[in-house]
Design a protein around this ligand. Structure first.
Ligand code: SF4
Ligand SMILES: [Zn+2]
Length: 136
């Protein structure tokens, strides 16, 4: 494993964001891919213990998205980091960005009943602020 990735993943903010991403991805997967084989994700963040004993249960397609997102979060150059949807850098490749946007729009509101009340509220507030700014 890349030492830089392992170092970044020791940062509590990066770990928390990564866990949130994983939980949001799991909500998406459970609602869209319930008919697929879904297993606890195998990834570098999981290997580092970021998800503790609660690795998100995902299909292989969603596991790939999460592995990609783990890397992007670890190497994010923004500090403070905005929500990716509102970032001017946009380090995601186009197809992954499209997936993340759709997944976050779906899972953000639903996360509020799944232990992410604060993250869900923040997501809504930031999305509204961004929508208002875009109209100006
Ligand atoms: S899209 Fe922006 S905020 Fe999100 S990980 Fe990439 S650089 Fe960081
Ligand atoms: Zn899935």
């Amino acid at each position: 494993m890349n030492e830089k990735f392992a170092t970044k993943m020791r940062d509590p903010k990066v770990r928390k964001d990564t866990r949130t991403l994983a939980d949001f991805t799991q909500i998406w997967c459970a609602n869209h891919h319930a008919d697929r084989e879904r297993v606890p994700v195998v990834s570098e963040a999981a290997e580092l213990g970021v998800y503790g004993t609660h690795a998100p249960v995902l299909c292989e397609e969603c596991a790939e998205h999460l592995r990609y997102a783990e890397k992007r979060r670890a190497y994010c150059p923004m500090d403070p980091k905005p929500f990716c949807a509102h970032c001017d850098v946009h380090c995601y490749k186009a197809d992954e960005r499209a997936f993340q946007q759709e997944m976050m729009r779906f899972s953000g509101p639903r996360s509020m009943t799944k232990g992410h009340f604060i993250d869900g509220v923040k997501h809504m507030i930031e999305s509204r602020k961004h929508a208002r700014a875009a109209k100006r």
